[in-house]
Design a protein. Structure first.
Length: 227
């Protein structure tokens, strides 16, 4: 039975994204995963998508085991065959043993948390759940790049920039491996080309990213020397 939070999220995201929007977004994410994200995942690992929503990322990933976590009960309906979907608002990530995950993906998640302490707590939990050398991949709207639009969404609460996120990751004990301050447009409804060939072109042309981007991408690792 869905919780009150789950029912609220279900109503909110049905309002925010139409069936047509989601279909279009799936085509874009198919290219993003194949041409960009997949190369940043080591084969044979457990990949976890925290705040998976419509499972745009996790459905396209190749991995030994794929896990989708979200408080929205519709995550079960959206998950592709082979994806383990869990409806949960518990950010202790109890579905995973410590050191079990190879990679954890967060797309537009941290800004929804209630405060900076919650951000640090979640990052510390992810670090514990990752195997030594495992990585967290974070995609997030950057307040510094889109200050006028950042709170256009009712559920945005924490202000994040590339600098504050790097600081949080460092405090949580991560090593920064990659930082793209300007990567994707601010939202899925921003002017990112929808045709696969144009999405691939966007990924290859960094000047386009500097012109259109409102989201930052970071990859950070749990140190391989961690006990």
């Amino acid at each position: 039975m869905a919780s009150e939070l789950g029912r609220t999220l279900e109503r909110l995201y049905r309002q925010r994204f139409s069936v047509a929007d989601l279909s279009e977004m799936r085509g874009v994410w198919r290219v993003l995963v194949r041409d960009f994200f997949q190369s940043r995942l080591r084969p044979g690992r457990v990949v976890v998508d925290v705040g998976a929503g419509p499972c745009l990322f996790i459905n396209e990933v190749r991995a030994d085991r794929r896990i989708a976590l979200d408080a929205n009960p519709e995550v079960v309906r959206f998950a592709a065959p082979g994806v383990e979907a869990h409806v949960t608002s518990d950010l202790s990530l109890k579905e995973l043993s410590d050191g079990e995950a190879g990679h954890v993906f967060l797309s537009n998640v941290l800004e929804h948390l209630p405060d900076y302490r919650s951000v640090l707590e979640l990052l510390a939990t992810i670090r514990r759940k990752l195997e030594p050398g495992g990585t967290v991949l974070i995609l997030h709207p950057n307040f510094r790049l889109a200050p006028r639009r950042y709170f256009d969404f009712i559920d945005h609460q924490v202000i994040l920039t590339d600098r504050s996120l790097v600081e949080a990751l460092s405090v949580a004990g991560f090593e920064i491996l990659e930082l793209r301050v300007r990567f994707l447009p601010f939202t899925s409804k921003s002017p990112l080309p929808r045709w696969p060939v144009l999405v691939r072109l966007y990924l290859r042309l960094r000047p386009l990213q500097w012109l259109l981007a409102g989201q930052t991408f970071v990859v950070a690792a749990r140190p391989a020397t961690d006990p």
